[in-house]
Design a protein. Sequence first.
Length: 256
Amino acid sequence: MTIKKASLCLFSLFLAMFLFNEAMSLVKPVFEPVTQMGFLMINKTIFAIGLLIVVYALRLQRQCGLVFKANWRTLPFYWPMALIAGLTLASGINTDTSGSMLAIILVTVIVGSFGEELMFRGLVFHWFRDLSVRKQILISALGFGGLHLLGLRSGIEPAVIFAQIYLAASFGIIFGYARARDYSIMIPILVHIVFNFITLGSKGGVAEAASSGSTEQVVIGILAVGTFTWAWGVFLLWKAGKKSDFASPLSSMSTI
């Protein structure tokens, strides 16, 4: 696929996401009895299912990593997420959250993580397969960060959203590098699910910080974590550019 076509596909995907979110906001009054998190769960589930249908309709499941052949040796690349999740979990589970709400959070995290990985470590990696691995990683990471621009429609402070973009892009590099060394998106999905669930459901997590801290504190905290993960991400990008040190399983897969 040419770069022009790949870029058009990526633009079309973002446009589809924007229009979908706008459509969901119009029908939101229908779900008025449902909590905000419950509505988010419905939103993410519908989009993830739609994305999965498109991938299977185009017969791109193998190219997008929907195969049961994972490279478990990629797990060490995710160590910054493990460290952050461990420090967050050290504060304990948020006992103020009911069991039903935790279940909703878990489902939201599962479908959201699946959809995002299928989108960026699946479709985007496939579309830009003719570029170098480093460029594939960087494009998928920046796209993943850009996805969080949709948060500007949520009412959250713009400073927080842009800090999240900075953090998400660094995570995207780590996920992308590990994905480039893997056959599937199974491990990225699992890591994504565990990390998001811990950071949303624990006392030291994002939800707790957003509700108890000032905007300035939240932004500084996110930027600090982002700078830490960006340092690791830049190192991985450097490694990805060393052809003698990088052999991607994706190169042996069909590019149909």
